[in-house]
Design a protein around this ligand. Sequence first.
Ligand code: TRP
Ligand code: SF4
Length: 330
Amino acid sequence: MRIVSGMRPTGKLHLGHYLGVLKNWVKLQNENDCFFFVADWHALSTSYEDKLNLKKLTKELVKDWIAAGIDPEKSVLFVQSDIKEHAELYVLLNMITPLGWLERNPTYKDQLQQLEGKDIHTAGFLTYPVLQTSDIILYDAQAVPIGEDQRPHIEIAREIVRRFHHLFECEVFTEPKELLSPTPRLQGLDGRKMSKSYNNAIYLTDTKEEIWSKLRTAKTDPQRVKRTDPGDPEVCLVYDYHKEFSDEEMVQKVAEGCKTAAIGCVDCKKMCLESIERVLEPIRERREKLDEEYIDSVIENGNKKAKIVASKKMEAVNRAVFEIKCNIEN
Ligand code: TRP
Ligand code: SF4
């Protein structure tokens, strides 16, 4: 299957990104024709005031991807703003997208409330799904791996495709399907949503010492006050981390040990640290070996491949819009 997905370059990646997105991409790339891109224009739609160095963030993001196991030999890695066809198609799709579809978008309404510190009453933010539609249909994506919050955007993409085909009497696009990623939704170590603004996340670039200092202070079962008090792993964040990162046997051992007070929270957290390290250490090591020139060359190569597909698609699109209707002899 042709698969397309993107990520906004807004800062370093944490375990939530790894479990919710990257792990899935790594798996998908083995059996599919994957295009993964840095959505830097999309980053601007919410962060245009933030003075981000998007060039630098883009390279760091690609570095994280490769370190986490995305293989540039298997997947095409590219940068949205380097492929101007995304903008060209976005212009055309904006002409035919009813405002109502965008205004009713539940993700849009949620974001307007959640990002209240930001002024996102902009044309760019309202039309975010139109740009996302361009990203997807330029490459004839059959499937788009996404999280729950992005589902309405794929629905809008499908509707825009149908409307385009109807208006221009020409089937130039593939209707994409969503590929819902498993959302493990690891909470941050303070029990809130994992987020860089709460400073409660473990990053792919954290050292073992940094991870330990975060784990050491993480909340556990509040009822377990003394070392001899039995605990309930089901109400403990650390146990959630065990379930994601430890093997079956250790999860069992931790649950038993917690309930019988056979292990203390510090021991439990140390075991958890080792389990997380088994995943993060190789990622960190791979990341350190990636130099700037290599990342540049990966992006350059990926851009070339993306450009070929995108420009060919835009020729067909422009013929449909500006010249004949393809099902009419002319
Ligand atoms: N909107 C997506 C997000 O915030 C990022 C994105 C942009 C995307 N274009 C895309 C995802 C195309 C999938 C396909 O997560
Ligand atoms: Fe949590 Fe582990 Fe302590 Fe139980 S022993 S409360 S699972 S940290």
